[in-house]
Design a protein around this ligand. Structure first.
Ligand SMILES: *Cc1c(COP(=O)(O)O)cnc(C)c1O
Length: 227
């Protein structure tokens, strides 16, 4: 192990030990090389997050097969075919059109693809995601009822980039409220619907306070990314 790998091991060990048992860590490895993923793997980490189809393909091909990859980036429909066979979960489903394509590509390889619905909870305009009304429309549609190859496992969101902790807490609370509403309206009899994915390096402790079941942390583990 080189010095950077050693650092990653120490970082992820400390982070894992600090998390409550109800929270699973998605180690966000995008833009970081396989050798650093191997360092985290050596510490027992099996769940990693990637946000580009090409990069996921390249890494999945050369890293151990028991890694669980979560796709967390904005996914274009023309990349779905590449991602579906490799991902254990697509966390960033932000349109009906995307979900339709995932269903189609999963059906073609006989897979049921676990997906999270991404919501727009930040004040910033730049982030992707459903509004509650859009999502409701999708979940009520006949088309959704006919999808056999997607399994909706919960919700995902990103808070605003701000130092205002009250705002971050309230944005995460809004995602938890969305989860609760969807659970009672649409998924009351679906145990698979259980995940709230929220919280990154700068705000994950707030997300845990608001009920996150998955946190997606990169920089704290791997250091600053070089793009
Ligand atoms: C990059 C990324 C993260 C991790 O961000 P850090 O600040 O490095 O922890 C989490 N979620 C999504 C969707 C990302 O794109």
């Amino acid at each position: 192990m080189n010095a950077r790998q050693q650092e990653v091991r120490e970082n992820i060990k400390a982070l894992r030990e600090s998390l409550p048992g109800s929270v699973r860590l998605v180690a966000v490895s995008k833009f970081n090389p396989p050798e650093l993923i191997e360092a985290a793997y050596a510490e027992g980490q099996r769940l990693f997050g990637e946000s580009h189809a090409q990069e996921l393909s390249a890494k999945a091909a050369q890293l151990p097969g028991d890694i669980e990859w979560h796709f967390i980036g904005h996914l274009q429909t023309n990349k779905v075919k590449q991602v579906v066979p490799l991902a254990a979960c697509i966390e960033s489903v932000d349109s009906a059109r995307l979900l339709r394509e995932i269903d189609r590509r999963a059906a073609a390889i006989g897979k049921v693809m676990p997906c999270l619905l991404q919501f727009h909870i930040a004040r910033e305009e730049t982030k992707f995601g459903f509004s509650y009304a859009e999502c409701e429309e999708l979940l009520r549609s006949e088309e959704f009822a006919s999808m056999r190859n997607v399994s909706i496992a919960g919700v995902m969101g990103m808070a605003s980039i701000t130092d205002d902790s009250e705002q971050i807490l309230s944005e995460f609370a809004s995602l938890r409220d969305i989860f609760d509403r969807l659970k009672s309206e649409f998924f009351a009899s679906s145990p698979a619907f259980k995940e709230i994915s929220m919280g990154m390096t700068h705000d994950y402790p707030f997300a845990i306070r608001q009920g996150a079941t998955l946190i997606r942390v990169g920089t704290l583990i791997f250091g600053e990314r070089s793009y």
